[in-house]
Design a protein around this ligand. Structure first.
Ligand SMILES: Cc1ncc(COP(=O)(O)O)c(C=O)c1O
Length: 402
C-alpha cells in the first residue's frame, strides 16, 4: 500500500546537512499506550494479570495461533520452547549461525549443543540444503530465524524436519507481523518465539511471546514461565480465590507484567499501521538504492510478507574504495545512526573458542557480515529523515565509488 507521506525523489529538493543526529531506532509510543500504563499503575495490579491474559488472547488471534504464552523476552520464549521439547544434555539443536546470541545461548541453558549452519547468501536465512547435512542421530530440534523480518523458506525446512521427525522452532524476534505463503508467522511450525524488545516492530520495552498449536507445549511453557507452579499467581489474589498452590517443577521467572502488556495491547491494535509505515520507508530506500551498482537492496519476494524490522543494505565492496566500517563512520559524520546485524556467532570469542570455529567455516555468513549495514527504519521517521538517509548514502557512494 502506498504511503503518500513518503516522497518519491530526494533529488527534487535542495539538501541541507542534518543539524541533529537521526537515531538508529526509536519506539513509536502514543497517548493510548501511556494512558493504558497509567490505568494499570492506578489499578493496584502491576504484574501478570488480566491485561497480560488479554494480550495473549489478542496476539494469538493476530497470528492465528491456538495458544500464546506471554513472557518477559524472546530469549525466555526460546528457552521455554526447548524445555517443552525436553531438550537436555547430549542433545543437538540446529542454529543458523547468522543470528543474535539468544538463539544459541538457550541451547546451552539446556546443557545441549548448538550445531551451527550457514545461511543463504541472498536472504541471509537458514539454508535448507546445508541444514540437511548437519542433522545427526543426536539432533533434537531445528531453530529457524527470520532475519530482519523476512520469513525463511519454512516449507522446505519443515519438509526436511518432518522427514527426520524433528520439531521446528521459529525465532520470529524480527517477524511480527509477517506471512509465508499467506500463513501468519506464529501459526506455521511447532512453536514460534516473538520479541517485544524496545527496538522491535511491536514493543513492550522488554517482552516476548511463545505461540503454538500444541496444548501440551502451551501448558508446560505457561507453568514453567512462573516457577513451575500449578496456577497463575494473579488468580490467588482475586476475590474468592484460594491461597493454595503447588510447585510441580523447578521453573523460571519469565512472566510478563501487566505494565508491559498495557503497551502491547495498543501496539498490537496499531500493528498494521506501524507495518505500513515501515513498508513505505523500505520501498523508498529500495527505489533509491537499486539504481546504484555499489549497493544491493534486501530481497522482498512475493510469496512472503516481510515485517521490515530491519533494512539490511548490502554494499558491493569490490565497487567501493572503503570498507563497511568506514562507510558507517561516514554515515555517523552525516548524523545518521546505523548498526550491523549481526556479527555471526562463530566470530564471537565464546562460540569460536568453545566449538573451535574459524571465520571461513561459514562463508556466506562471513561475506554478509563484512558488507551489511542496517539503516534507520521506524514509523516515527519523517519524510525528511528518510530523504536524509538516502542523500547521505548517495553522497558516500558518489565520493567512494571505484
Ligand atoms: C534474532 C533474535 N533472536 C532473539 C532475540 C532476543 O530477543 P529478546 O531481547 O526479546 O530476548 C533477538 C534480540 O534482538 C534477536 O535479534
Amino acid at each position: 500500500m502506498e504511503d503518500r507521506n513518503i516522497r518519491r525523489s530526494v533529488t527534487t529538493r535542495t539538501k541541507m546537512p542534518r543539524t541533529t543526529f537521526l537515531p538508529f531506532a526509536v519506539p513509536h509510543i502514543t497517548q493510548a499506550e501511556i494512558d493504558e500504563v497509567v490505568d494499570t499503575l492506578h489499578s493496584g495490579w502491576l504484574t501478570t494479570g488480566a491485561k497480560t491474559k488479554r494480550f495473549e488472547h489478542e496476539f494469538a488471534g493476530a497470528v492465528n495461533a491456538p495458544y500464546a504464552v506471554a513472557v518477559n523476552s524472546a530469549t525466555a520464549a526460546l528457552h521455554l520452547a526447548l524445555d517443552a521439547l525436553g531438550i537436555g544434555e547430549g542433545d543437538e539443536v540446529i542454529v543458523p549461525v547468522y543470528t543474535f546470541t539468544a538463539t544459541a545461548e538457550v541451547v546451552l541453558y539446556c546443557r545441549a549443543r548448538p550445531i551451527f549452519v550457514d545461511v543463504d547468501p541472498v536472504t541471509c536465512n537458514l539454508d535448507p540444503l546445508q541444514l540437511e547435512r548437519r542433522i545427526t542421530p543426536r539432533t533434537r530440534a531445528i531453530f529457524v530465524v527470520h532475519i530482519a523480518g523476512l520469513p525463511a523458506e519454512i516449507d522446505m525446512i519443515l519438509a526436511i524436519a518432518r522427514a527426520h521427525a524433528l520439531p521446528v522452532i521459529e525465532d520470529a524476534a524480527h517477524a511480527f507481523p509477517a506471512t509465508y505463503r499467506g500463513k501468519m508467522v506464529g501459526s506455521i511450525s511447532d512453536m514460534t518465539a516473538f520479541s517485544f524488545y524496545a527496538t522491535k516492530t511491536l514493543s513492550t520495552g522488554e517482552g516476548g511471546m511463545l505461540t503454538t498449536a500444541n496444548p501440551e507445549y502451551a501448558q508446560r511453557a505457561s507453568m514453567m514461565s512462573l516457577h513451575g507452579i500449578s496456577r497463575d499467581a494473579w488468580k490467588r489474589y482475586r476475590a474468592g480465590a484460594s491461597w493454595y498452590y503447588e510447585v510441580l517443577q523447578a521453573g523460571y521467572k519469565y512472566n510478563m507484567t501487566d505494565i508491559a502488556a498495557s503497551l502491547g495491547l495498543h501496539q498490537l491494535a496499531r500493528s498494521q499501521w506501524l507495518l505500513q509505515r515501515r513498508q513505505a520507508i523500505a520501498r523508498r530506500y529500495t527505489e533509491a538504492f537499486s539504481q546504484w551498482a555499489q549497493l544491493e537492496t534486501p530481497p522482498d519476494p512475493a510469496h512472503v510478507g516481510h515485517a521490515w524490522h530491519l533494512y539490511m543494505l548490502r554494499l558491493c565492496l569490490e565497487r567501493l574504495t572503503i570498507t563497511r566500517d568506514v562507510f558507517i563512520q561516514a554515515l555517523t559524520e552525516a548524523r545518521i545512526g546505523a548498526s550491523v546485524h549481526f556479527i555471526p556467532l562463530h566470530l564471537h570469542p565464546f562460540y569460536r573458542d568453545t566449538y573451535h570455529l574459524a571465520p571461513g567455516d561459514f562463508p556466506a555468513a562471513l561475506h554478509m557480515y563484512q558488507r551489511v549495514i542496517s539503516l534507520p527504519l521506524y514509523p516515527g521517521m519523517t519524510d525528511e529523515d528518510v530523504d536524509d538517509v538516502i542523500f547521505a548514502i548517495e553522497q558516500i557512494v558518489t565520493t567512494h565509488k571505484k
